[in-house]
Design a protein around this ligand. Structure first.
Ligand code: NAI
Length: 262
């Protein structure tokens, strides 16, 4: 069942002190899974660099959290200059990066997808996360420590009924995750991904009502197990970002209540 008070959920599940003295960049932090992840890290004593396109919704997060450890950075992850601003706001030491921002507003199959839509989906879902990873690595390599979590999707594990651009972009996220895990394991840096099933966020609702969604998302979300809350995804992301995930590297962790096991 979906719980309607994400702030209360984040407080209730928090592991006190788990992110003490750590700085974590969270993209897509103004809503949905990113917002729940930012809230969770703040509750667990971390400093969060919260990144999103929406300055307005970031301000809501700041008002809600009332935390001195929250730094909001309105930014577009597809803009290289914004990537520099994000990393500058974090300071010299960056312990973690959660690449959560993503878009899924086109359900076009291959014979209908436009070049423009393909490029847009890849710019946000693939180029953005890669650029941020590249930008935080110098700090992590210098410290010989770091944790990166990318948000993939059940659409990264199979063909899925999502659009071809979204499905391919999330497969690319898996490729980046596995490659970086292997390349940087010797340097004390872990890189993992979570693959959410259905999550009750604005994205799921928007996708369903789109021209190509045509109600199929509702069918998908109606399957058992039930749709997850954003904080349930935040629980998986913070597990991998924290020392609880110390021996886990290069995995694509389904966080879907068992959906992908069917
Ligand atoms: P959401 O739409 O609620 O939140 C996404 C956030 O990313 C928004 O606040 C948006 O402003 C931000 N964003 C979009 N483009 C951006 C850009 N260029 N630069 C900076 N910020 C940008 O979506 P939700 O559901 O929280 O999605 C988060 C991630 O989870 C996405 O990567 C999505 O693909 C993935 N996911 C979501 C599922 C779901 O059922 N909701 C299922 C599987 C994966």
């Amino acid at each position: 069942p979906v719980v309607s008070d994400p702030a209360a959920e984040a407080r209730a599940r928090a592991v006190p002190g788990r992110f003490r003295d750590q700085t974590v960049i969270v993209t897509g932090a103004a809503s949905g899974i990113g917002r729940a992840t930012a809230a969770r890290i703040l509750h667990e004593g971390g400093r969060v660099i919260a990144v999103d396109l929406s300055a307005e919704k970031l301000a809501e997060l700041a008002a809600e959290s009332e935390s001195a450890e929250l730094v909001t950075v309105p930014a577009d992850v597809t803009d290289p200059e914004d990537i520099d601003r994000i990393v500058a706001a974090a300071g010299e030491r960056i312990d973690g990066l959660a690449n959560v921002a993503g878009i899924n507003d086109d359900f076009s199959p291959a014979h209908e997808v436009s070049d423009e839509m393909w490029r847009r989906v890849f710019a946000v879902n693939v180029d953005g996360p890669l650029r941020l990873i590249r930008a935080v690595l110098p700090s992590m390599l210098a410290a010989r420590s770091g944790r990166i979590v990318n948000v993939a999707s059940e659409a990264a594990l199979r063909g899925s009924a999502a659009g071809v651009a979204y499905t391919a972009s999330k497969h690319a996220v898996v490729g980046i995750t596995r490659n970086c895990a292997v390349m940087y394991a010797p340097h004390g840096i872990r890189v993992n991904a979570v693959a959410p099933g259905g999550v009750a966020t604005g994205m799921a609702v928007a996708a369903d009502s789109s021209e190509f969604g045509g109600g199929r998302v509702k069918d998908f979300l109606g399957m058992i197990p039930p749709i997850a809350t954003a904080d349930q995804l935040a629980a998986s992301i913070t597990f991998l970002l924290s020392d609880d995930g110390i021996n886990i590297n290069g995995v694509v962790l389904p966080s879907d209540g068992g959906w992908s096991a069917q």
